[in-house]
Design a protein around this ligand. Sequence first.
Ligand code: HEC
Length: 172
Amino acid sequence: MSKHDTHFINVFSVVIGLLILVALGIFAFARVVGHTQERQVLEERDYSKNVADRLAPVSREAVAGQDNAALAIKSDSGSAGSAMPVALPKDGAAVFQQVCSTCHGAGIAGAPKAGDKAAWGPRIAQGKATLYEHALKGFNGKSGVMPAKGGRIDLSDDLVKQAVDHMVQMAQ
Ligand code: HEC
């Protein structure tokens, strides 16, 4: 064997050796990642529950003479089965905390910041009726878009009005 051949074989062996190491590394990594996924995706309680919810029959029938307690209609708010397990806020301050402060808390997306007298002064001057109307139906003003009821159309008009009162109070 010539000196060149020996050199080639040495280099070649090292390269092949490295490639095998890399392949083993990737293999090991894939196994680790595969297990993580199994745990997080397949065994996650929310995921399993969502699947169970989707597979549940659309309708159930009450049978005469049997215990039909499981069919009682439950209120959607805060029940474990609802997609959004958020309890309905009880008063204006709670609505503000839960919903309106997303935008009005820090004054993002052009929303007048709660407690900012300069931003609220001219708005309050329009009168409560206008503010209510804009909060309930939505409002496309100069500085941005106020979504109807702050995007929570499930809230009662009364609660939204209380939230407006709350923000007006904060700016006085
Ligand atoms: C997605 C962001 C967002 C959320 C959430 C939001 N607002 Fe607003 N709101 C805005 C923006 C932006 C404006 C300013 C619109 C303009 O004047 O251009 C505004 C303006 C207002 C005004 C003044 C309207 C006027 O006539 O000047 C009131 C009142 C108001 N919001 C009430 C609420 C209440 C009550 C909630 C919660 C139920 C709420 N907002 C949630 C973005 C939001």
